[in-house]
Design a protein around this ligand. Structure first.
Ligand code: PLP
Length: 463
């Protein structure tokens, strides 16, 4: 391991605005950030026993990889931590037919929130009774298809939808299991959460205004709907249970109010998703088993206070299952030093993808960890900005990345933690075909989604 200067003593290589020091060892792989089987030999990264240079030769660049061993370990950890609860994987994080089959085989349910996600689940033969459908504006068609397919649970989001779904279910002669989505005035992100009295957002029925109680009143009057529980989703990338504590207090209060008014004890409580993961070495999400145990304790305590039976808890992790298992590989095309006002130089390292395959940095200023993947280097660390090839100056993949100063065209870069919300949010901006998703394990590579081609793009063009 090389010793690095303790402070910003890299002359004009450093960006003075960057808060962090370079990592101890640029050739290291922080275990909480990189997938389980990520390894370096002679500086070259391998995942699932496969050399990334070979993977790029076979599948091209950019390339999304999913580490199968990492996924299996995460699935097992979720199952064990939430034993006694139901785990529904939030398919919006990443979904393909093969992946949905794997999710089913691991014993999870599946959240879908559009007709397209439902179509993938149905094509995969996902057990329909273990599918839940979400969304604040499900169309008549989407609802009809869900009801006819036998989707297990539909999460109601508006008064209009209650009537719409009740009609569809009645016509199909089905009593549809439903939940009512409540917004309880908690907004959580990482280690902060905000608790407010009002709920100024598009999802669900507000708790404080009485809309949630009114929704329950209306649903209970409709014979084609079977109300099984309440739903609450407070945010994403949450690192501890403090926000859930406030949410649980309010949602269990509502369960108690429902019993009082209707003499009904709802059997299920869906606390949504949002379990955070580490994108950088500084991120420190709660341990899964601890998080799960705390959630259970909080709900049990609140139910105890009201003398309610403990409901079945449902959780809906997306990112926590698939995020850290994925990486993206890019090839460097150009390295451009740009002189900054303060006399410092920023090194723009351009890669062959960008905001079309990872919109999260542009959209939420997300932080990522980046490494030179195709070789080792003993060069000094250089603070770089990894940018894409799109026609937007906000097309940034990693805002501040420590890379060896000799990074050059033809090098491969790996970005950690891209398994969730990258392929699923990918676009064709600038008519860039979307990269393939390949799962790797035990020295084998399997294509889950193939690379788009220009023919794929042109197929939609009416000419
Ligand atoms: C997005 C979403 C999830 C999953 O969120 P993650 O942050 O990926 O865990 C779960 N439930 C609902 C209702 C969501 O909208």
């Amino acid at each position: 391991m090389r010793a690095h200067p303790a402070g910003p003593a890299h002359g004009d290589l450093i960006n003075p605005a960057a808060p962090n020091l370079p990592p101890e060892d640029l050739n290291g792989l922080h275990p909480s950030v990189w997938p389980a089987t990520a390894e370096r030999s002679d500086g070259v990264l391998s995942i699932g026993g496969l050399d990334v240079r070979d993977l790029v030769r076979d599948f091209g660049s950019p390339l999304y990889l999913l580490d199968e061993a990492d996924l299996r370990a995460r699935a097992r950890a979720l199952r064990e931590a939430f034993a006694g609860a139901e785990v529904y994987y939030a398919g919006k994080a990443f979904l393909s037919v093969g992946f949905a089959r794997w999710v089913a085989s691991e014993g999870f349910g599946l959240d879908v929130c559009s007709g397209g996600e439902l179509a993938i689940a149905l094509r995969a033969g996902f057990p329909v009774d273990r599918i839940a459908m979400h969304g604040n504006n499900k169309s008549e068609r989407e609802l009809t298809r869900a009801v006819e397919a036998g989707v297990g649970t539909i999460v109601l989001d508006s008064y209009a939808e209650i009537v719409r779904l009740a009609d569809i279910a009645a016509k199909a002669d089905i009593r549809q299991r439903v939940m009512v989505r409540t917004t309880v005035g908690v907004e959580a992100h990482t280690h902060e959460f905000i608790a407010t009295a009002h709920e100024d957002q598009k999802f669900g029925f507000s708790f404080s205004s009485g809309a949630a109680a009114e929704a329950v009143r209306r649903v209970l009057k409709l014979p084609s709907l079977e109300l099984v529980g309440l739903h609450s989703h407070i945010g994403s990338q949450i690192f501890d249970t403090a926000g859930f504590e406030v949410a649980a207090k309010r949602v269990v209060q509502l369960l108690a109010d429902i019993r009082e008014e209707h003499d009904v004890e709802l059997a299920e409580l869906d606390l949504g998703g949002g379990l955070g993961v580490a994108y950088t070495a500084e991120d420190d999400p709660a341990q899964l088993h601890r998080f799960a145990a705390d959630l259970r304790t909080i709900v049990a305590y609140e139910c105890g206070r009201h003398g309610l039976k403990m409901p079945k808890i449902v959780v809906e992790p997306g990112r926590a299952l698939v995020g850290p298992a994925g990486i993206t590989l890019y090839e460097v095309g150009t390295v451009k030093p740009v002189q900054l006002d303060a006399g410092a130089v920023r090194h723009f390292v351009s890669v062959d993808g960008g905001m079309s395959d990872n919109i999260r940095t542009a959209l939420y200023d997300a932080a990522y960890t980046c490494a030179l993947a195709s070789r080792g280097s003993d060069a000094e660390p250089m603070l770089a900005r990894v940018v894409g090839k799109h026609c937007e100056s906000g097309d940034i993949v990693v805002k501040d990345a420590w890379l060896p100063a000799d990074v050059q065209p033809g090098d491969l870069l790996a970005i950690a933690g891209t398994g969730a919300y990258c392929r699923s949010m990918a676009s064709n901006y600038n008519q860039v075909p979307r990269p393939p998703v390949v799962s790797v394990g035990s020295g084998q590579a399997k294509v889950l989604l193939r690379r788009e081609t220009e023919d794929d793009l042109l197929r939609l063009d009416a000419g």
